[in-house]
Design a protein around this ligand. Structure first.
Ligand SMILES: [Zn+2]
Length: 180
């Protein structure tokens, strides 16, 4: 039984029906083939989703779920961006220690001090006579921070797909070197 080897080129194929790969159970072969000649298989993921993936990806352990596993991992790693906990940042809850009733605004030297934290750093946003001014600057700064968090999120996604593409290229190089 071949377990780890890539599927040979050509029309022969290893029947994967009924086999489990990580969260995926193979339901049936499809008529679709990928560029290296491998057949694609319809699989059911433990989460209930159906997905189609190639023999090589399954046999080499590169596809282990419909994408839900990667998504879960991403979400857990996303919780911290540069030391900023995204959940805390996004929470509208006001800490118990807060004296102003407005997040990131506190009483200081008879004025209302506004500050915001990002990536383990405190950013001082000024002291104001009017609490509304402090609240306004905090609100604007929070919006900027949300935007930056969002941008970093997307960069992280992009970094993961760039890495995945390069791993694919590496593996196909390794494979073609082995074949010659
Ligand atoms: Zn899934």
């Amino acid at each position: 039984m071949i377990t780890y080897d890539a599927e040979p080129r050509g029309s022969r194929y290893q029947d994967l029906t009924g086999r489990r790969f990580g969260r995926l159970v193979v339901l049936k072969r499809t008529s679709k083939r990928v560029s290296d000649g491998c057949f694609c298989w319809l699989c059911r993921c433990d989460c209930g989703n159906l997905t189609v993936t190639s023999s090589n990806k399954l046999l080499q352990g590169r596809t282990m779920s419909c994408g839900c596993y990667r998504k879960e991992r991403l979400e857990s790693s996303r919780s911290y961006i540069g030391g900023t906990c995204v959940e805390v940042v996004r929470s509208k809850k006001i800490p118990v220690s807060n004296t102003s009733g407005i997040k990131n605004v506190s009483r200081s030297r008879g004025l209302w001090m506004a500050k915001i934290s990002f990536a383990r750093k405190q950013f001082f946003l000024g002291r104001y006579k009017d609490i509304a001014d402090a609240a306004a600057v905090v609100k604007a700064a929070e919006q900027l921070r949300d935007e930056v968090v969002e941008e970093i999120d997307q960069l992280q996604d992009r970094a993961i797909s760039v890495f995945a593409e390069r791993i694919d290229a590496l593996l196909s190089e390794v494979r073609s070197a082995k074949e010659t």
